[in-house]
Design a protein around this ligand. Structure first.
Ligand code: FO1
Length: 318
């Protein structure tokens, strides 16, 4: 799709990565920058694990396991069974081939390379040419505050399977984190035409990106269209705890809560046919609704939703 200026996609894990994949199919590589959440990153078994970056890289490379959404298709788990036999810390699954990503990233970080440089090198090694920018090269860690504990994101998401009741979410280190160079450059380009908030968890995947100093300011300053794709369909998330978190944080899960969460930021929201009844209420909130099939099963779905979202952004800018 020619004619558009630069497009920035803010993206988290599985759902966001699918739309990012769709965008890479319809935009020339130099017209798209994918800014990825790093709030899910953590140190595990001495390795630096960057789940959302890896989910985007593997998805764009066509290597991801489409059933799980994360990790590699055709993965084997010999390392995990050997680790369990040793009584090791086996609550977080590291596949044998996925392990190479964590080992190589950790080696490069230890050698002093930035997360951005490492992400580019490893993505290119897997044949991915898209511009993938970690939101920051400084540590930002999503913390889920529950009644009796503060849980690191993976402990909450994987260790506790999102069961604890959340009372707040905070992003440790966000205040001091510097926007990555590629993210800053993309968000401040004069030819920026569209910023797309991908269908990732607003609280856990998009908010950490918005919490990095400079992001909200850049979005306020740009005349680019800012469009979100709802990760909530029919009051539920296709994957993950977004709807549960909405309830726990005091919102009624639905597309209106997504619009309210992004109030003042987005000019339009892409919602699924299942939520067509909410279109008028969105418009009444000053958010232009686009009602379409927003479930991405096939690669064609991903490209179609990406094209519809970009078309909506272009219409908004007219
Ligand atoms: N999610 C799980 O539910 N269980 C796991 O054991 C698990 C391991 C894992 C390893 C590498 C990786 O890149 C992602 C992994 N995920 C796992 C998914 C991950 O927790 C989430 O995808 C993101 O952090 C949130 O989108």
């Amino acid at each position: 799709m020619k004619g558009l200026g630069h497009v920035v996609a803010l993206c988290g894990g599985v759902g966001g990565a699918k739309l990012a994949f769709g965008l890479t199919k319809i935009l020339p590589v130099d017209q798209l920058t994918i800014i990825v959440n790093t709030g899910d990153d953590f140190e595990h078994l001495g390795l630096h694990v960057s789940p959302d970056i890896d989910t985007v890289v593997y998805t764009l490379a066509g290597l991801s396991d489409r059933e799980r959404g994360w990790g590699l298709a055709g993965e084997t788990w010999g390392f995990m069974s050997a680790l369990r036999r040793l009584g090791g810390d086996a609550w977080f699954n590291l596949g044998d081939h996925d392990l190479a990503m964590h080992v190589e990233r950790t080696r490069r970080l230890t050698a002093g390379e930035s997360l951005s440089a490492i992400t580019g090198a490893l993505a290119r090694a897997l044949g991915v040419t898209a511009n993938i920018a970690p939101m920051s090269d400084d540590p930002v860690r999503t913390i889920v505050v529950t009644d009796d504990a503060e849980l690191g994101f993976q402990r909450y998401f994987v260790g506790e399977q999102c069961r604890p009741v959340a009372s707040a979410i905070r992003f440790q280190g966000a205040g001091e984190a510097r926007l990555s160079e590629a993210a800053r450059a993309a968000l401040t380009r004069p030819d920026l035409e569209a910023v797309i908030l991908c269908p990732s968890n607003p609280y856990l995947s998009i908010d950490p990106i918005l919490a990095v100093p400079g992001v909200r300011e850049a979005l306020a300053r740009t005349d680019a269209a800012i469009v979100a794709v709802s990760p909530i369909i029919g009051g539920e998330a296709l994957k993950g705890p977004a709807a549960k978190l909405m309830r726990e944080l005091g919102a009624e899960p639905g597309v209106l809560a997504v619009a309210d969460h992004y109030r003042g930021l987005i000019g339009a929201l892409v919602i699924d046919d299942a939520d067509a009844a909410d279109a008028a209420a969105l418009a009444a909130r000053g958010v232009v609704p686009l009602v379409t099939g927003s479930v991405m099963i096939t690669d064609a779905d991903r490209a179609r939703l990406a094209a519809e979202t970009l078309e909506l952004a272009r219409t908004l800018r007219k």
